[in-house]
Design a protein around this ligand. Structure first.
Ligand code: SF4
Length: 154
């Protein structure tokens, strides 16, 4: 299971296939991380610095964190894509096609001046999460998406 949790400043990636429940997160910052709650990550409940420090203790790599850099990432399901926006400006996208075997991500791109901010990863996670929530298989012919998908052995 892949999930993307965000607040105004930070983005957290969660890949459950990597988690071996060492519980560093729930003991380090129980306000933000609680496996008994849905959603189990709530970034409104703790200071970003504490969340950041706690994620860095995750021994499995199931949790990862980065800054949002003021860039919004949203799904446009009707257009078969997720998009990244700097204000009103479209600065990246992750596109997929619907096939009998599920969704296939065929393109992920971010404008060159926005590279190096982890935006592509957020775009791909957004599509993976949407597919999983819809009970649809997800794969990627786009090399970047395939790499993200293979990280958890999925
Ligand atoms: S710290 Fe990492 S490995 Fe441990 S329970 Fe949390 S997410 Fe899982």
């Amino acid at each position: 299971m892949h999930r993307l949790y965000e607040n105004d400043d930070i983005a957290i990636f969660w890949d459950s296939s990597k988690c071996f429940h060492a519980r560093k997160c729930v003991t380090g910052c129980p306000e933000a991380f609680d496996f008994a709650r849905r959603p189990w990550v709530d970034l409104s409940r703790a200071e970003n610095a504490k969340v950041w420090k706690t994620v860095e203790t995750c021994p499995s790599g199931a949790l990862q964190i980065q800054y949002r850099h003021g860039i919004d990432v949203v799904m446009e399901t009707e257009k078969h894509r997720s998009i990244a926006l700097d204000g009103e400006k479209l600065i990246g996208e992750c596109e997929y096609s619907e096939t009998p075997d599920g969704w296939v991500i065929y393109h992920t791109g971010v404008r060159p001046e926005y590279e190096g901010k982890g935006i592509a990863r957020r775009l791909v996670y957004k599509v993976i999460e949407a597919a999983e929530r819809n009970g649809v298989q997800i794969s990627g012919t786009c090399s970047y998406a395939a790499k993200v998908l293979s990280e958890g052995g999925s």
